[in-house]
Write a protein of this length. Structure first.
Lengths: 114, 116
């Protein structure tokens, strides 16, 4: 079945440490890939997206993600986290360009240790 | 410019009652989407409006849910009668483009529904 998997429910990292959030998808072709963030009291915000081309994608707030076709992965990274990065992060896919719906993963909650 | 606005932010009702959630999209956005997150699980698509027409309602769970978008502006999502499993956070999103694959969706903060 088609799915998006975020294996880590909750991650805690120290402020200033590097971060990697994992995402794997299960689709026949390369879908459109997204990372969203939901900070407390706010709506979902798009961090970055991958459609085609360079497999390393830069996003807002210093985040980047790398698409690896061989691993069906789209992991999110940040070299040095800030306390304000504490939030819930969602990996998502759109199976093809004309699809109406976004398929979300179950989310990873990120806590920052002072 | 105002973002996507949802009301109420939190609603607590008893099983069997009716609740209506409202979404005001960004002005000029023809595309409006409803999503739902139940019990900390994944966020799931409910339906997609293009102006006042339902483009895709394949995610609506059952006929207790009724979504409308009269005049192609704001939208309402009514749950009648509410059941315990309807508890969750209901997100609304809007976009100028027709699909998430071609344009960015802007999400509201969500309406949290608790059914007791």
């Amino acid at each position: 079945a088609q799915s998006v998997t975020q294996p880590d429910i909750h991650i805690t990292v120290s402020e200033g440490a590097s971060l990697e959030l994992r995402c794997n998808y299960s689709y026949g072709a390369t879908p459109y890939l997204f990372w969203y963030v939901q900070s407390p009291g706010q709506g979902l915000q798009l961090l970055l997206k991958y459609f085609s081309g360079d497999t390393l994608v830069q996003g807002i707030k210093g985040f980047e993600a790398e698409f690896k076709r061989s691993q069906s992965s789209f992991n999110l990274r940040k070299p040095s986290v800030h306390w304000s990065d504490a939030a819930e992060y969602f990996c998502a896919v759109v199976p093809y360009s004309s699809a109406s719906k976004i398929i979300f993963g179950s989310g990873t909650r990120l806590s920052i240790r002072p | 410019e105002a973002g996507v606005t949802q009301f109420p932010s939190h609603s607590v009702i008893e099983k069997g009652q009716t609740v209506t959630l409202r979404c005001d999209p960004i002005s000029g956005h023809d595309n409006l989407y409803w999503y739902r997150r139940v019990m900390g699980k994944e966020i799931k698509f409910l339906l997609h409006f293009v102006k006042e027409s339902k483009q895709d309602e394949s995610g609506m769970p059952n006929n207790r849910f009724l979504a409308e978008r009269t005049g192609g502006t704001y939208s309402t999502l009514k749950v009648q009668p509410a059941e315990l499993e309807d508890s969750g956070v209901y997100f609304c999103a809007s976009s100028q483009s027709g699909t998430p694959g071609t344009g960015e969706l802007f999400f509201g903060e969500g309406s949290r529904l608790t059914v007791l």
